[in-house]
Design a protein around this ligand. Sequence first.
Ligand code: AMP
Length: 237
Amino acid sequence: MTQATRTGPVPVPGLAPRLFVMLGAPGAGKGTQAERLATGLGLLHVSTGDLFRTALREGSALGDEVRRYVEKGQLVPDALTVRVLTERLGQADAQAGAILDGFPRTRAQAVALDALLSVRSGRVAAALYIEVPSAELVRRLSSRRVCADPRQHVYNLVSRPPRVAGTCDIDGTTLEQRPDDRPDTIRARLERQLPPMYEVIDYYADAGVLHAVHGERDVNEITDELMRLALRAERRD
Ligand code: AMP
């Protein structure tokens, strides 16, 4: 078949076959754990939420497209999200692989990811799900603060307060609440985002790659368990 008549996913140059998906509701701690896992496994940490927030800050065309969804706590449409993720995974620093954080958020995104990976004979090695009850999620999310620096260092007034109230320990900028972390937005966000997330969980359970960990305990214990699960999954591949 020639390139012109090819149907289905187009190969993404350099798309990495070592791929892990981190699942969990907003506030489950998946960002922190994804970062630690990425360091531990020597992989890139890719957060679609971070990609969208960067676009918003930079005022790019993508930022304009996603603003109305992100600021209201709504999911960005699948086609746009998949496009952004595909572009990111095609970049040079994603060659060794990636820990995906906040993607896939819908079953359609999970299907699109599989299609993308199959072009390089890759697959999701493991989907790691951090389980936290809803009441605890609301408590955690409304306590979250981020600094004004573009790197957005994250604090939590309950579990990880800054040394000086209202100020980033690392760069001294003012801490602020993200618009999508206000309590009314959080509830709207959970109501909208949990049902599709459960579909994604079912999708990976059916594929036999889902691993759930209990998320209400010491952050280091969770990292250790996730690392063990990820390494075991890689050995099976
Ligand atoms: P997060 O930091 O992962 O909570 O993402 C922040 C916001 O970005 C979400 O509330 C959504 O509006 C948007 N977003 C991030 N990832 C996705 C995704 N995979 N699909 C759709 N929207 C997303």
